[in-house]
Design a protein around this ligand. Structure first.
Ligand code: AHR
Length: 508
């Protein structure tokens, strides 16, 4: 299959916000307990954090992490997780029918995030609680000292306030499953007042208001319009969530859900513009895609289990085993975020460890990388800079969710500082190689310095405790770069990261 493509130095989409490669972790399942934190594990440090898991997290170079939920946050009392551990109450977590020991709270999590080199992005409970609680949490977290809440933090051994800029105003507030579900107008007003209060406390705060739980919700996209009409001037981002699956085993249709996501982003972009115009507002609101991932392998089974079980503590939940097909999907989805980086400033893979996660850790046992770890890692490492438009001219397909879908999925990022251009390419064709002929304009002396490839695996191949490296990238071959031309073969169902050194000159 012959595919022509072209890339031009001046055809820029946007400067990419590094936070496009952020993550999310929730108090649920084994994400925190026996995920990042497992006192007594052979790899645990003095504070109970698993060093093996931390190492895998660090290698992802994650800029920011959303915490502590998710559905969990909508009935969470953050005060339960501060002060001496032995005094902390055990509570029922109504979202996941589990017990929450509160042995990890904001201070422990902040300590872990600091070790991992990740900025925190905190969510407040606007489900069972309200503005006052959000304000107290922010004061405990952000204020230097001399007030009730900040001195309480200092009495807990944390002298300096945390530097938390991003605050999520609740979670999925339109969802019938949410504790404290709200109507759009009601939520928009509460979000507006909460954003104002948080910004009064610290003017550096960026407020993230909840959009619909996904683009299939009956109130989507009116929800976004109604909510933004109440709070547009006081918020900075609107949150989008979307989880993906392939229960019908229709690979091409699965991959095309990436185009559907593009339409979702575009539609919300339109709503933002509409409300901005209607309100004659001066500020811009961007998209924070703060939950995305593949979630279907165990979804139904898990839903059955958790509705029946008797409030266990840190049960195995949403522990998806990701396969090679999912890795190709995730690679393409991140490409879409790069292509839409003019609108999407922040995106969070959901979640990070054990629960729908790129990293798995057995209780008392090893930790390993799932297949989707790699495309996420490559994007986080090499996807920083300016997104460039890649024009692809090649065969397309039609399917249920979209038409005219390119078999070749491509994104490009120019890292001006490093003098590098990185191409992220996925050949989604089930049988045919792509015979690539790509022209580079405005770059001279391009040299291919690194080629990583994931190819040759069965679509259902996975990694596990016994075969942690079964599906992993290797060095690629078969691509030639001759100054301003890239030519070569991309095997059917393959993912490529091509790193081009262009530091020796940019031609005009
Ligand atoms: O990530 C799992 C759950 O998915 C989150 O708690 C919720 O926000 C979403 O529905």
């Amino acid at each position: 299959m012959h595919v022509r493509a072209s890339l031009h130095h001046d055809f820029k989409i946007s400067r990419i916000d590094d936070r496009l490669y952020s993550a999310f972790i929730e108090h649920m399942g084994r994400a925190i307990y026996s995920g990042i934190y497992e006192p007594g594990h052979p790899q645990a440090d003095l504070n109970g954090f698993r060093k093996d898991v931390l190492e895998l997290v660090r290698d992802l170079h994650i800029p920011a992490i959303r915490y502590p939920g998710g559905n969990f946050v909508s009935a969470y009392h953050w005060e339960d997780g501060i002060g001496p551990k032995e005094n902390r109450p055990v509570r029922l977590d109504l979202a996941w029918r589990s017990k929450e020991s509160n042995q990890v709270g904001i201070n422990e999590f902040a300590q872990w995030a600091q070790m991992a080199g990740i900025e925190m992005m905190l969510a407040v409970n606007l489900g069972s609680r309200s503005l006052e609680d959000a304000r107290n949490f922010a004061e405990y977290t952000l204020h230097p000292g001399g007030t009730y809440w900040s001195d309480l933090r200092r009495s807990h051994g944390v002298q300096e306030p945390y530097n938390v800029k991003m605050w999520c105003l609740g979670n999925e507030m339109d969802g019938p499953w949410q504790i404290g579900q709200k109507k759009a107008k009601e939520y928009g007003q509460l979000a507006n007042q909460t954003a104002k209060a948080l910004k009064a406390l610290d003017s550096n705060i960026e407020a993230i208001v909840c959009g619909s739980s996904n683009d299939q919700m009956p109130t989507y996209p009116d929800w976004e319009r109604e909510v933004l009409e109440e709070c547009y001037e006081n918020v900075d981002y609107i949150s989008l969530h979307k989880y993906f699956g392939n229960s019908s085993r229709d690979t091409l249709n699965y991959f095309a859900k990436i185009e559907e996501t593009g339409r979702y982003i575009q539609a919300i972009g339109g709503v933002i513009d509409f409300v901005k115009a209607k309100k004659r507002a001066k500020n811009d609101v961007y998209i924070c895609f703060d939950e995305w991932n593949v979630w279907y392998h165990r979804r139904e089974e898990d839903a059955r289990r958790w509705h029946e079980w008797n409030w266990p503590e840190a049960p195995a939940l949403l522990e998806e085993d990701y396969n090679f097909e999912d890795a190709l999907f995730v690679a393409g989805l991140i490409n879409e975020f790069i292509r839409r980086s003019d609108r999407v400033r922040i995106a969070c893979i959901a979640q990070l460890v054990n629960v729908i996660a790129p990293i798995r850790a057995e209780k008392g046992g090893p930790a390993w990388r799932q297949t989707i770890y790699y495309p996420y890692q490559f994007a986080s490492l090499y996807g920083r800079g300016t997104a460039l438009d890649v024009a692809v001219d090649g065969p397309t397909y039609d399917c249920n969710v979209a038409s005219d879908v390119n078999y070749l999925d491509a994104a490009a990022v120019h890292d001006e500082k490093a003098g590098m251009v990185t191409l992220f390419l996925v050949n989604r064709h089930l049988e045919e190689d792509v015979d690539l002929d790509m022209t580079l304009t405005g770059f001279s002396n391009a040299r291919l310095v690194e080629h990583n490839v994931m190819a040759g695996f069965g679509l259902r191949d996975t990694n596990g405790a016994d075969n942690p490296d079964a599906v992993a990238p290797r060095n690629g071959t078969g691509i030639g770069v001759d100054n301003s031309r890239i030519k070569g073969k991309l095997a059917a169902l393959s993912y490529h990261v091509l790193r081009l050194d262009i530091s020796t000159g940019v031609s005009t």
